[in-house]
Design a protein around this ligand. Sequence first.
Ligand code: OOG
Ligand code: MG
Length: 266
Amino acid sequence: MTRDWDLDSVATELLACEDERRDREPFTDDWTDLDLDTAYAIQDETLRRRLARGERVVGVKLGLTSRAKQKRMGIDVPLVAWLTDAMVLPAGEPVPQGTLIHPRVEPEIVFVMRDRLQGPGVTAVQALAAVDRVHGGAEVIDSRYRDFRFRLPDVVADNASSGAYVTGPVGVEPSALDLTTEAVLVEVDGAVVDSATGAAVQGNPAEALALAVNDLGRRGHALEAGWVVLTGGMTDAVFAPPGASIACHFTSLGSVHISGGPREDS
Ligand code: OOG
Ligand code: MG
């Protein structure tokens, strides 16, 4: 088998797909032995290019940390990816349809870090002790792969389908709530379509946080003070087309509303 791709050309193609709002088939269809280390190196290369064009790292996101997400995507291994300031969606703003390919929305527990943390070897208890605030949030994911069809190395290289994310307005100290029983209802056009509690995320979102710190540690990075950590979709993601009205109602972390923006025909 000849393979036409390497680290550099995959990074170029992924960023081009993003810029041109174009989806494609997964690289592992051709590059069948693309391994995880190379996939993370591609992810880091795309980050390097985002920074070179003026973006700033604001934190990290975890992906595939709940059974609901793992089952839907057919991959049962969590992953970590980068968040930059270009991905911040202010609360109340619609889904940025003009820059995304096929956005989907998912509810997430979001941590804002008070202290710098360096893994590996960090426990969930230690990780939670470094958290400043817990927020409810919503991620707008947008895979560069057609129909969200990918294998683990593809989605790692694609920065875990990063698109945009909203941090809800309510932020509390971690000691103010039980993360495992914090629940969310996902509403689309006024109908509840899904629900979960924090326990869906690795048993406790603090476990996902520890996983992120330890994974970054192995990759030679720390989790920096002030960074945001998206701990992963608690439920399956919902489509977010123009005209849709999506809400994630958390029990003690308030609600996050995202509109799909105006319908194209209106
Ligand atoms: C991969 C990204 C997963 C999450 O929260 O699980 C993710 C995908 O579903 O396309 O962001
Ligand atoms: Mg997510």
